[in-house]
Design a protein around this ligand. Structure first.
Ligand code: 13P
Ligand code: SF4
Length: 344
């Protein structure tokens, strides 16, 4: 809960630090936090911003992989801070780096040297594994462009960790279902069906976002029977059934643009994290009706609060900034740079 006193203290530190401080926030952060952000954006926009920031201290309000990505892209001497270092993306944790490495090795031993493409929702260690074998990162905003980039290498692609985004992106590009295979990564990769994995053009890691898995095609079917006609827009981390039942799907910034461009008086139902939906509902109150497809909150995003933002700001010069080991940073940054170049 926002308190006037906390907000005033944050404002005072921001005034005192001036251009030496930049506060970045993801769209899923609460309004209390967003109110203090210099830059608000989706994963791609925030990654793109890092290189252009001259601030010595960058406070990243989001989940840990986002701050870690920022730390990989920061200039020497820049310090990245995260108010809630324990805010882990559950989906990113479904692909631990040693397991990704083990699966890639097993595939290679079976004669399959696929190009890995990792969703930005992954650890720096995974990005390093991907970068070291020529692969790249993608976000929900550029997944079709990056999957096409990866397919053009002609080696077949391992898309990780989100099988939903992978399937939806395959649908966008017209990769037939018969050319996809969802890997079974249990038992350290010992369950991988090598025969199927060798035939498929796109191998999908079996991860998913539990928050977006809650939006069902049947929820959309229920809305379709109610007048008036509502437009339905969802995030591509939703299942392929949900995405194809919706009117549109795209990143958090795409959803914001979709709402902005809808005519006055329209009703828009949104399938993504609740903080963003609530903010849009408030912003367009009286002009457009915005409601959630279902109530689904990311408890890790919610770990970032105005209180821990203040604590972070009060300890900028003493707290340990987010660090990425140099051995990991270089190949991981390469994977991110390939994305920034290929999707510019
Ligand atoms: P965006 O890349 O659309 O901002 O989404 C990030 C995310 O974590 C969605 O769950
Ligand atoms: Fe990760 Fe899902 Fe939360 Fe996004 S909404 S940060 S994908 S757990």
């Amino acid at each position: 809960m926002m308190t006037a006193e906390t907000a005033q203290k944050i404002d005072a530190i921001r005034r005192e630090r001036g251009s030496d401080l930049a506060i970045l926030a993801h769209h899923y952060q609460t309004d209390d936090v967003v109110a203090h952000a210099d830059i608000l954006g989706d994963s791609l926009e925030l990654s793109r911003k890092i290189a252009s920031l001259s601030a010595r201290d960058i406070v990243f309000c989001g989940v840990f992989f986002m701050a870690e990505t920022a730390a990989m892209l920061a200039a020497p001497g820049q310090r990245i801070h995260i108010p809630a270092p324990d805010a882990a993306c559950v989906m990113s944790e479904m692909a631990p780096a040693p397991l990704v490495e083990a699966v890639l090795t097993r595939l290679r031993q079976a004669g399959r040297d696929v190009l890995p493409l990792t969703y930005v929702n992954s650890s720096a260690a995974v990005k390093a594994v991907v970068g070291a074998c020529g692969g790249a990162v993608c976000t929900s905003a550029n997944a079709p462009k990056m999957l096409k980039w990866a397919l053009d290498h002609g080696r077949g692609v391992l898309f990780l960790p989100d099988k939903m985004l992978g399937q939806n992106t395959c649908n966008t590009l017209g990769v037939p279902e018969s050319a996809r295979h969802i890997l079974d990564v249990r038992g350290g990769g010992s369950q991988v069906d090598l025969a199927a994995a060798t035939k498929a053009e796109v191998l999908l890691w079996p991860g998913q976002c539990v928050i977006h898995a809650r939006f069902k095609a049947r929820d959309i079917a229920a809305i379709r029977v109610q007048p008036p006609e509502a437009r339905i827009v969802v995030h591509p981390e939703c299942s392929p059934e949900t995405v194809s039942a919706a009117d549109a799907a795209g990143s958090t910034s795409f959803i914001i643009k979709y709402v902005a461009e809808a005519p006055e008086g329209s009703e828009i139902v949104i399938g993504t994290e609740i903080n963003l939906v609530k903010r849009l509902a408030k912003q367009y109150q009286g002009k457009k009706t915005i409601r959630p497809l279902a109530l689904s909150a990311c408890s890790n995003m919610a770990k970032g609060t105005e209180a821990n933002l203040l604590t972070t700001l009060q300890n900028l010069d003493t707290a340990e900034p987010v660090r990425v080991d140099e051995a990991v940073r270089a190949p991981a940054a390469l994977a991110v740079t390939r994305m920034l170049e290929a999707s510019a």
